[in-house]
Ligand binder design. Structure first.
Ligand code: PRP
Ligand code: URA
Length: 209
């Protein structure tokens, strides 16, 4: 069964509250999202296996630790998922980046895929899918299905704000995918926006409204 991890670290909660405020502008919103991306990355990668490595410090030889061979990829769901990539990349500089473009039809709220470009060896990688908003869960579920069709078997979903409905849908359709959130909000409104949420993440990142 997919695990839900709500990361309630004080630094993340503080930064998220600033992002939620309607008066926070695009520049600050983007910077905070990048910072939270890095901080959440610690939790998303917490259980990566380590192996011993013999090294020499300026003082003596020692046995150190390194991440044991697991190749990683970051796959943002465009557009808003892009906002979490830079922070994750500063934590995992060797990760390759794929892109899946999805938008929600404004009336039906159904996701429509319009772009998909992934690293050739994506099926060999641990994939972190990023998107700030997990609302109905449709976009995340479709993106994860696209990755599974390419052979991906190790997928984690990293979002900022989710609601129970979206979490339950991902857990039902993709029980092998763990979900990482900074906050589990109350519900969706009649337009399938998260309440209290932070508004339209893509518009706030890119200043399109
Ligand atoms: C937003 C958000 C998610 C999706 C979440 O994207 O970034 O991808 O909605 O909603 P869901 O869980 O109900 O599918 P949007 O469609 O607004 O596109 P954008 O990122 O280009 O703004
Ligand atoms: N997409 C967003 O950007 N915000 C929401 O609250 C729901 C979907």
């Amino acid at each position: 069964m997919s695990q839900l991890h709500v990361i309630n670290h004080p630094m993340i909660q503080h930064k998220l509250t600033i992002m939620r405020k309607k008066e926070t502008g695009s520049k600050d919103f983007r910077e905070l999202l990048k910072e939270i991306g890095l901080l959440m990355g610690y939790e998303v990668t917490r259980d990566l296996p380590l192996r011993d490595i013999e090294i020499e410090t300026p003082i003596c030889k020692m046995t150190g630790k390194e991440i044991s061979g697991r190749k990683m990829a970051i796959v943002p769901i465009l557009r808003a998922g892009l906002g979490l990539v830079e922070g994750l990349q500063s934590l995992i500089p060797v990760a390759k980046v794929g892109h899946i473009g999805m938008y929600r039809n404004e009336e039906t709220h159904q996701p429509v895929e319009y772009f998909c470009k992934l690293p050739e060896d994506i099926h060999d990688r641990l994939v972190i899918v990023t998107d700030p908003m997990l609302a109905t869960g449709g976009s995340a579920c479709d993106a994860i299905s696209s990755l599974k069709k390419k052979g991906c078997a190790n997928i984690r979903l990293m979002c900022l704000v989710g609601v129970p409905e979206g979490v339950e849908r991902v857990q039902r359709e993709h029980p092998d995918v763990d979900i990482y959130l900074a906050a589990l909000d109350e519900r969706l409104n009649e337009n399938a926006y998260i309440v209290p949420g932070l508004g339209d993440a893509g518009d706030r990142i890119f200043g399109t409204k």
